[in-house]
Design a protein around this ligand. Structure first.
Ligand code: TRH
Length: 377
C-alpha cells in the first residue's frame, strides 16, 4: 500500500525550512516509496537549492516529489494519509476541514526545529492540539535516543567515504567550481550569517604559518568578507590573497553539491539547521553559527549541543572547542580561540569522525517518521 504524504513548508527566511523539507520529501519517495506532495509558499528560495525548479508552476514533479505552490488563496484539496506541518506552520483552514472529513483520519504531525536540549526527549511524540477529532503530534529531530533523529539518506556515509577516499573526485569537483587549491593549503568552507568575529578570524589565518584557502558561497557573510578585504562588490569567482590566506567566492551550489563541498573541506563553518547537520555527516571539524533568536535563547541551544558534542573530548580540547564556538556566536575573541583550537587538531578530527558514527547509530528522521506512522495506524 502506497502511503500519501503532504508536507507543508512556509519559508520564514533563509534556506533552512525548504532545505529540510525538500530533503525529507525526496528521502520519503526514494527510500520509503511514499507518494509525497511538498507544499511551499516561496518557490524562489527553493530554486536556489534546486535550480531546475519552475518558479511559475503551480504543480510540478521534481525527483519524484510533487512540488506544489502553496497559494495565498487555498484551492480545495484532498488530505493525505500523513500530514506534516513543518516548523509549526499554520495549515489552510479548508485543508484542516478536509483532514477532519476524510474517511480515514490522517496522522498529523508538527516537524519541529532541531535542538539538543534535554526537554526534547520528553516531548517528542506527544499529542499537541486537535482540529475536531484530528490529533496533531510533536515530532522533534534530535541527537539523543528518544528523539526523532536526524535526516540522513541511507547511502550517505558510504558515498561520503568513497568521495573522501578519492582525491581525483575531490579535485574534479573543486575544479568544476573554479577552485585550484594552493599547494598544501587547508580548505575551509564558510557559510554563516553576518558575524562581527570574522575579521579577527581572517586576520589570524592570514598571519598564520600554514596556507589556508577559504571558500565562501555567496550569501550573508559576504559583506563582512568584503570589508575585511577592502574590496567592494565581491562576486562569484573573486579570489583574493592576503598573507597565508586565499579567499574565494563560490556560487551558491545546488543542495546535493553542497555536501560535496563540505566533504572536500578540512574544516566547515556552517549555520542554521540543515547545513549544521550536513557538516556533522561530513565528519570533519566544524564551527556552527546558530540562528539568532529573541532574548538569546539560541545560546541555550548552543550550550546544549556543546555539552553533548564535547562529552568525549579531553578537557583541554573541549575547552578549546567550546571557546571557538562561543567566540563565533558572540562575535568576540576569534583569534585566540582559533589558535587554541588548532592545538588540538588531530583530536578534533578524530572526534568529528567518531561523533558522525555515533549519530549514525540512531534511526534517521525519515525512517523514524515512517515508523511513527506504522505504530500509529
Ligand atoms: O539558511 P539557514 O540559515 O536556515 C535557517 C535555519 O534553518 C534556522 O534554523 C531557521 O530557523 C531559519 O533558517 C528560518 O541555514 P540552513 O538550515 O543550514 O539551510 C541552508 C540550506 O542551504 C541547506 O539545505 C544547505 C543549502 N545550501 C545549498 O544548497 N547550497 C549552498 O551553496 C549553501 C551554502 C547552502
Amino acid at each position: 500500500m502506497k502511503v500519501d504524504w503532504d508536507i507543508f513548508c512556509t519559508v520564514v527566511d533563509n534556506y533552512g525550512d525548504i532545505g529540510v523539507t525538500w530533503r525529507l520529501a525526496r528521502q520519503l519517495v526514494a527510500e520509503h516509496h511514499c507518494s509525497v506532495r511538498l507544499w511551499v509558499d516561496d518557490l524562489c528560495a527553493f530554486e536556489r537549492l534546486c535550480p531546475e525548479l519552475d518558479v511559475n508552476a503551480t504543480r510540478q514533479w521534481q525527483q519524484g516529489v510533487e512540488v506544489c505552490h502553496w497559494p495565498a488563496h487555498w484551492q480545495p484539496t484532498d488530505a493525505a494519509d500523513v500530514v506534516i506541518a513543518a516548523f509549526a506552520c499554520q495549515l489552510p483552514g479548508a485543508y484542516m476541514e478536509a483532514m477532519a472529513t476524510r474517511e480515514t483520519t490522517p496522522l498529523w504531525m508538527n516537524l519541529d526545529y532541531l535542538s539538543a536540549e534535554d526537554w526534547i526527549v520528553g516531548c517528542h511524540g506527544l499529542p499537541s492540539v486537535k482540529h475536531k477529532h484530528v490529533q496533531k503530534y510533536f515530532f522533534f529531530p534530535g541527537f539523543q535516543a528518544g528523539t526523532g533523529g536526524l535526516l540522513r539518506e541511507r547511502d550517505l556515509l558510504l558515498r561520503r567515504e568513497q568521495f573522501q577516499a578519492d582525491p581525483h573526485a575531490r579535485q574534479a569537483f573543486l575544479q568544476g567550481l573554479g577552485v585550484e587549491r594552493a599547494e598544501g593549503a587547508e580548505l575551509i568552507s564558510l557559510f554563516a550569517y553576518e558575524n562581527a568575529g570574522l575579521a579577527d578570524w581572517l586576520d589570524v589565518m592570514a598571519a598564520g604559518a600554514k596556507a589556508t584557502h577559504l571558500l565562501v558561497p555567496e550569501g550573508r557573510i559576504l559583506g563582512d568578507v568584503s570589508r575585511w578585504l577592502g574590496v567592494e562588490g565581491l562576486s562569484v569567482g573573486a579570489r583574493e590573497v592576503r598573507g597565508a590566506l586565499t579567499v574565494q567566492v563560490l556560487p551558491f551550489v545546488r543542495q546535493d553539491q553542497y555536501d560535496l563541498l563540505l566533504w572536500s573541506c578540512d574544516f566547515n563553518a556552517v549555520r542554521g539547521e540543515d547545513s549544521f547537520i550536513r557538516a556533522q555527516w561530513a565528519a570533519r571539524p566544524m564551527l556552527w553559527h546558530i540562528y539568532q533568536q529573541e532574548e538569546d535563547i539560541h545560546l541555550d541551544k548552543l550550550e546544549a549541543f556543546l555539552a553533548l558534542y564535547t562529552q568525549r573530548l579531553s578537557p583541554a580540547a573541549r575547552t578549546a572547542l567550546e571557546g571557538l564556538w562561543r567566540a563565533w556566536n558572540t562575535g568576540e575573541g576569534m583569534a585566540p580561540a582559533w589558535v587554541a583550537a588548532r592545538e588540538h587538531w588531530p583530536e578534533l578530527q578524530n572526534h568529528a569522525q567518531a561523533w558522525c558514527l555515533e549519530q549514525a547509530l540512531q534511526a534517521d528522521l525519515a525512517a523514524a517518521l515512517v515508523q511513527f506512522y506504522l505504530n500509529w495506524i
